[in-house]
Design a binder for this molecule. Sequence first.
Ligand SMILES: [Cu+2]
Length: 148
Amino acid sequence: MTKIFVLRRSTLILVGILFVAAVIGTFYVRSLLGDEAVPVAATTAEYHIAIVEYEGSTKDGKAYEIYRFDPGTIYVQHGQRVTLTFHGLHGAHHSIIIDGYNIQDHVSKGEATSVTFTANKKGTFRILCETHDETSNLVPMVGYLVVG
Ligand SMILES: [Cu+2]
């Protein structure tokens, strides 16, 4: 025995409307969930900074050296958790401060030192080595933290 289904036009239109409403509803709910994405502050940005040394000489042949952070400038977003790991490639010891963030630590040759903080102040802040500042070197050992 064969069953034959006959659909009226109004039933087909109703099913079509329900289908379109379901699709739109799905996208609407997904867009709402998308607004609750993980906030920037919940993620930790990690940067590795090598401490390197360059050697050179002045015009009159006097040798001198400078120490640098590589990369020298770190860009982070305001409110972001940040971990900076300093790798001591050259130089026996470096005393590092980050202006404005009350961060102070040291890095020894062949070791890595990490500092973690929340970038809760906007602006450009010096990452400075107090061991090799402008009073002890021709070029200070300085980098920059840019929080924007
Ligand atoms: Cu230094």
